[in-house]
Design a protein around this ligand. Structure first.
Ligand SMILES: [Zn+2]
Length: 239
C-alpha cells in the first residue's frame, strides 16, 4: 500500500481547512472565493500557497485575508502573501496601525525581563509593514461560510477578534482561548495584555451558539463546543 501523500492542510469541515504554518495555524475557507484567516510567522506564505494548490485552487482565488490579532505568529506571513495574492486584508480597528506601521510590531511578552531578552530576536524577524484594506469592527459581517461575523474579543490583545459562522455552527477564536489536555483555558498570561478583559471576552463568546470551536494553536473541538465554553465561562470571575 502506498503511504498517503503529505498534505499541508487538514479538513475541519467541508470547505474549512486548517493549515499548519510556522508558529501557528491558519485557516482556509474554500468556496468560489477563498478566505484566509491568519498568515503564520514570517516565511509561512509558501506553505499556505502550497495548501491552496493542493486543494486544486490558485493563489488568485484568495479574495479575503482576515487577521485575528497582530502577534507575529499570525501576521508574520502577511506582507509576503500580499505580493502574490490579490485578497483584501481586514484587521480590527484597535490594531490596524500596528500592522501597517513601518515600526516593528509591539513586543508581545508581558514580563519586562522576557520582553528584553526576546527583543533582538523579534526585531530580526519582524515582518515589516503590511497593507490593511478593511478596518474591522465588532458585528461586521462577511459572506464566507454562509456568513462570518466579527466578534471583538479583547484581552489577549486589544484588537483580538473571533469569527463566528452561525449558519455552519463554527467559532474560530484565534488566541482568545487555549485548549490543553482536554480543558479550555484563558489565553497565555505570558502574551496577554489584560487577563480580566480576556475572561470577559470568554463570557461574551459563551453567549454564542456553535458546534465546532477552532483555535490557532490547538486541535479543534468538533462537537458540543458551545456547552464546553459555557461551562468554562461559569468558572471565571465576573468582570
Ligand atoms: Zn497571540
Amino acid at each position: 500500500m502506498k503511504p498517503a501523500p503529505f498534505r499541508n492542510y487538514v479538513e475541519v469541515l467541508p470547505g474549512l481547512y486548517q493549515v499548519r504554518t510556522k508558529g501557528s495555524k491558519a485557516y482556509l475557507i474554500v468556496e468560489d472565493d477563498i478566505t484566509l484567516i491568519d498568515t503564520g510567522s514570517p516565511g509561512s506564505g509558501e506553505r499556505i500557497l502550497r495548501a491552496v494548490e493542493e486543494l486544486g485552487r490558485s493563489p488568485e482565488d484568495i479574495k479575503h485575508i482576515i487577521i485575528t490579532h497582530y502577534h507575529i505568529d499570525h501576521v508574520g506571513g502577511l506582507s509576503e502573501l500580499q505580493e502574490w495574492v490579490p485578497g483584501k486584508t481586514g484587521v480590527h480597528l484597535a490594531e490596524a496601525h500596528h500592522v501597517e506601521s513601518h515600526r516593528p510590531l509591539p513586543n508581545p511578552f508581558q514580563h519586562p525581563w522576557l520582553a528584553r531578552i526576546c527583543e533582538p530576536y523579534l526585531l530580526r524577524n519582524d515582518p515589516g509593514a503590511a497593507r490593511v484594506d478593511v478596518v474591522l469592527n465588532d458585528g461586521d459581517e462577511l459572506p464566507a461560510l454562509g456568513g462570518m461575523r466579527i466578534v471583538h474579543a479583547p484581552g489577549h490583545t486589544a484588537g483580538s477578534i473571533s469569527l463566528h459562522f452561525p449558519n455552519r455552527g463554527v467559532l474560530l477564536v484565534g488566541d482568545a482561548m487555549q485548549y490543553k489536555f482536554g480543558r479550555l483555558m484563558l489565553p497565555s498570561r505570558m502574551f496577554s495584555q489584560d487577563m480580566p478583559e480576556a475572561a470577559a471576552s470568554v463570557q461574551k463568546l459563551a453567549s454564542l451558539d456553535f458546534e465546532t470551536l477552532c483555535f490557532s494553536h490547538f486541535r479543534p473541538i468538533l462537537e458540543g463546543a458551545d456547552r464546553k465554553v459555557r461551562e468554562f465561562a461559569c468558572t471565571l470571575p465576573p468582570k
